[in-house]
Design a protein around this ligand. Structure first.
Ligand SMILES: [Ca+2]
Ligand SMILES: [Ca+2]
Length: 224
């Protein structure tokens, strides 16, 4: 686990350093795709699969069973999302007073189905803006018939220094779930106003699986 987290951190810093653009000079793979959600961009000869620029599609992309049900708001619409800069804002996870697409932040549970970690090294990062004192609860379910390919989740926040530089403390997440069962759950009580990042990743870099996300918010004055 530690070794893999280190890999993720190296990948994140490379990707952040290059602003999500592919650089052949770095001579290391995989590279994060550029472009927008649902519109990943790669250099000639490469295509975006699971947020990574690859020369050919990973097996899960050509397996109809795996992707057969995906459509609408699903994994391919949220990719590329392999770096915090590319994180997809979850439903009702925007800055509350600016999030006009959110009818009621505290109105119940939100769900994304048909998500996947597809291609070795794919990680999925989503973001939510949390208010100090607010609680954010997440459930991530993987395919119960594929427990050998275990996925896990961590939550970490963004820090912005006086020069406007962003850093993410993935090394020491604010919340995490490393369950080996088919369900991972975490609940986090926000201690500041700011962007927080949910990362889904394989417990081993080679682990590929489909997953779903369910989440809800509780306001600072709500009690359990
Ligand atoms: Ca994915
Ligand atoms: Ca991804």
């Amino acid at each position: 686990m530690k070794k893999y987290i280190s890999f993720i951190l190296i990948s994140l810093s490379l990707a952040v350093f290059t602003q999500g653009c592919y650089s052949p000079n770095l001579n290391e793979e995989p590279f994060a795709c550029g472009g927008d959600h649902g519109n990943g961009e790669c250099p000639d000869g490469y295509n975006c699969y699971g947020g990574l620029c690859l020369e050919s599609a990973p097996s899960c992309y050509v397996d109809d069973q795996f992707f057969g049900e995906i459509g609408g708001s699903a994994d391919k619409d949220f990719e590329p999302n392999n770096t915090p800069n590319q994180a997809y804002t979850m439903t009702c996870g925007g800055i509350p007073e600016q999030d006009t697409s959110c009818p009621n932040r505290y109105g119940g549970e939100f769900t994304y189905k048909n998500l996947t970690i597809c291609s070795t090294g794919d990680i999925d990062i989503y973001k939510v803006y949390l208010i100090n004192g607010e609680t954010f609860s997440v459930t991530m379910r993987i395919d119960s018939n594929n427990l050998a390919n275990n996925l896990d989740i961590i939550l970490f926040k963004e820090t912005i220094d006086a020069d406007g530089n962003k850093t993410w403390n993935t090394n020491n997440p604010d919340a995490f779930s490393y369950s080996t069962r088919d369900v991972d759950e975490l609940t986090y009580l926000a201690t500041n106003n700011g962007w927080h990042f949910l990362m889904v990743f394989g417990a081993d870099i080679s682990y590929l699986n489909r997953y779903t996300l369910e989440w809800f918010f509780e306001s600072p004055n709500q009690t359990k």
